[in-house]
Design a protein around this ligand. Structure first.
Ligand code: G3P
Ligand code: MG
Length: 251
């Protein structure tokens, strides 16, 4: 059985999340799926960032959507993790596309909800640019686009219906009517949170014909249990530790 192991924000236990260093380490360790998150700056540059705010993963402050791209690129996206990564920058969408095309890596790219006074304008711009970028990714790379926000998926679906969609559910949003959201978004994949997920729920997803990728799992026992339940993939911060063929860290 093919078990999909996705490096959550890159190999984020060994390098700062959502940086080219974390992505490169995932490839070098033999991981073939990457998970990453898209946001947008005030001046409509699409970039790779998990949080709405800059504070946790850069040496900047405030909302991403209040920063220009030039301001953002002056920040370190790695110093918070380790001084060795101080030169890492918040990558942009074009750098992600180039990385995927160069390495042949598969990716789950997550569309984050936009937090801004002009959120609709920025969300439309993000999705429009992303639709174009998806066309520039090599067909050798499998791409899944996910979001916790169905509206983001529907916007993209209008522009690019051939996209492979996943709906992300957390333990609170996963209710009995989950399949309505899946159908509305034309999703092929369901991405539930591991916490409080049950065997009965996984069985129902599989019976309905969906592929199931669960987030975020760093413990081997839990990963094995989920695969025994029939899930197709897991997101992990330490994806390399789930590979059957282990590689050591490059020097
Ligand atoms: O895509 C799986 C996972 O990344 C979803 O949650 O908050 O880590 O982006 P988050
Ligand atoms: Mg994510």
């Amino acid at each position: 059985m093919n078990r999909r192991i996705l490096a959550h924000r890159g190999l984020s236990h060994l390098a700062p999340e959502n940086t080219l260093a974390a992505f490169t380490l995932a490839v070098n360790m033999g991981v073939d799926w990457l998970e990453t998150d898209l946001g947008i700056t005030q001046d409509e540059h699409v970039v790779i960032l998990h949080d709405d705010h800059l504070d946790r993963t850069t040496n900047g402050h405030g909302l991403l959507t209040t920063q220009t791209y030039a301001q953002l690129r002056r920040l370190s996206a790695g110093a918070w993790f380790d001084p060795r990564f101080a030169s890492e920058r918040v990558p942009n969408l074009q750098e992600l596309v180039a990385f995927l095309n160069r390495t042949g890596m598969n990716a789950n790219i997550e569309l984050k909800s936009v937090v801004a006074d002009n959120a609709n304008v920025l969300a439309d711009s993000l999705v429009r640019q992303f639709a174009k970028a998806l066309d520039a990714i090599s067909p050798n790379c499998e791409i899944i686009v996910s979001s916790k926000n169905p509206v983001m998926l529907l916007k993209l679906r209008q522009l690019r219906p051939q996209t492979h969609f996943a709906v992300l559910f957390d333990r609170y949003s996963l209710r009995d009517d989950w399949q309505l959201t899946m159908q509305a978004c034309g999703a092929e994949y369901i991405h539930p949170q591991a916490a409080q997920l049950t065997y009965a729920q996984v069985s129902a997803f599989k019976r309905a014909g969906y592929q199931v990728n669960v987030w975020t799992i760093d413990a081997r026992d839990l990963g094995n249990q989920l695969f025994n339940w029939g899930v197709d993939g897991i997101f992990s911060n330490c994806a390399n530790e789930f590979l059957t063929e282990k590689r050591s860290l490059p020097h």
